[in-house]
Design a protein around this ligand. Sequence first.
Ligand code: FE
Ligand code: FE
Length: 269
Amino acid sequence: MEKTFRVYDQSDVKSAVRVHYRKMRKNQTLDYVKRMHNKYLTFDKPMDLWEAMEHLNTLIDVSDPDLDLPNIQHLIQSAEAIRADNRPDWMQLTGLIHDLGKVMFLWGNDEDGTSQAEQWGMVGDVFVVGCKLPDTCVYPEFNALNSDMNDKRYNTDLGIYKEGCGLDNLDLAWGHDEYLFQVLQNHSSNKLPEEAMVMIRYHSFYPWHTGGSYSQLLNEKDKEYLEWIRDFNKYDLYTKCDKTYDLKEVKEYYQPIAEKYLGTAPIYW
Ligand code: FE
Ligand code: FE
């Protein structure tokens, strides 16, 4: 039988996933997102790429119904699948690092939802804050729990945004995508192409890239973004398996690629 992914409405989906999404939808308000930007986008904690990878050895993503392995295994599986398809080196590297923003848990806490125990500020499908939550969100029944949905500044299709303003001008729920994007954007030796940066920033934005919502906010450029994201997402989603790797084994291959695009200086988180 062919394996299916992202099935959330079956009785065997761990209730932890549902509990996670309930908290995420309730707590990720525009005000919360602004606070997290101020708190976490400080770029004052130097850490080498490989050290960051090692830290993901201890983190299991509670929002993922398909994988019970430490997150580093998912990163290596994604990268190896991109490599097996002979895709460009920068895309292989993107596969390897795309979830590294989850290292946020190292300096996170339960109240922010950025810890090992509370991950609702770190992982899971994201949505736009500052405008109406669409029904394409996973577990849409939780949308009403978000207090912004009772605020008439934020509960309309446009909310605080201008029609057609484009993805890059929206604030999304806070999580590992935006964190890594901002960290790499701030990294002076970053030479990753625009496609890679878009893949990193928007891969968890399912209500847009898979649900087809938010057309009122999109611009011309976002059509191209959508193609890049869909291309990347097959590797993020369909490569999840039980095969495990040793980081040391694959490091020899990926290190020169990492140096080519990110240099050798530590990254500031
Ligand atoms: Fe991710
Ligand atoms: Fe991923």
